[in-house]
Write a protein that binds this ligand. Sequence first.
Ligand SMILES: [Zn+2]
Length: 335
Amino acid sequence: MKTYFKNYILLLLLIIIGTQNTYAWGFWAHKRINRLAVFTLPPEMMPLFKDNIEFLTEHAVDPDKRRYAINDEAPRHYIDLDHYCTFPCKDFPKKWNDAVNKYTEDTLKEYGIVPWHIQVMMGRLTKAFQEKDKLKILKTAADLGHYMADAHVPLHTSENYNGQMTNQVGIHGFWESRVPELLGEDYDYFVGKADIVRNSNEWIWNIVLQSHQALDTVLSFDRTLKASFPSDRIYSYEQRGETTVKVYSEEFTKAYDKMMGDLVERRLRASVLSVGSIWFTCWVNAGQPDLRKLVDKPLSEEEKKQEQEEEKLYQQGGRQYGRQHDETGKDGIKN
Ligand SMILES: [Zn+2]
C-alpha cells in the first residue's frame, strides 16, 4: 500500500511537470495573463470578471488541456507563417475565405489557424454576452484569453516552433516557460486600460506579424549566446518532486532575457492588454449588457460529459493530438 501510494504521488508529480510546459505560453504565463487582463477592464465589467478572477485564471489553460481529447484543437494555437511567406507577408491573404481559396482549408488547418480562430471565439463571446449566460461568458472569455496570448508568442508563428530545424530543440519551453517562470515575478505588468478593437482582423494580424518579426531574435540570440557562453554553465539540474530534470541555468536564462531586450516581458505585457481589450470589445459589441444581471445556466448533460472526458484524458497524460512540444523531456532538456 505504501509503495502504491508513493508511486501514485510520483505519477501525479510527473503529470504536473509533464503538462506544465509544453505549448505556447506555459501554464504559469497563461494564468497570469488572464488574471491581469481583468484589471484592464472598465468598472462595468468588474462585477462579473473580478468576482470570477479565480475561474478565469484556472481555466486559462483549458485549450492546452483539450489537446488530449480533441483532434482539431492543436492548430488553433499557432500559424506557421514561414511556411507561406517571409515577414512582412504582404501578399498573404489575411481573410479566411481568401486564404482558403488560395491554399485550401486542409492546408490552413495543417499549418495553424490562430488568427482566424480568435475571431470565431470573439463571435462566441459576443453571443454569450448577448444571451447573458454567465458560465458561457466565463468559459469563452477564458479560452479566448488563451488563444489571444498564444498569438503573441514568436515561436507560434513558425514551422521551426521548437528549434527542431536549427538544432535548438527545447527553445519552445525555454522561451515561454523557463524565462517567464524564473523572471516573470519581477516584470512590470502595469499596462493601462483595455481599448476597443475596431477592425479585429487587422488588429489580430498585426499582433501575429509582430510575433513573427521577433522570431529571428528569439532563435538567433539563443545561438549567439550559446556560442559565447561557457558550455558547462548553459544548463543546470533541478529537482522536480522525485525527478531531476535538465534545464537552462538561471545564469543563461537571465543573460538570454537581457540580450533579447526584455522581449518576453514585452510580449507578456502586450498579451495582458490584448486579452483585456478583446474581452472589452466583445462586451461592447454585445450592447454592453448589465453584468450584474446574468442567468446562471448550468451545463447540459452532454457538455458536462465532454468536460469530464477532457479532464480525464488530460490527467491520464497520454498522447496529445497534433505537434508534440515536449521533446524537451518534460520541462527539462533531453541530451
Ligand atoms: Zn496554447
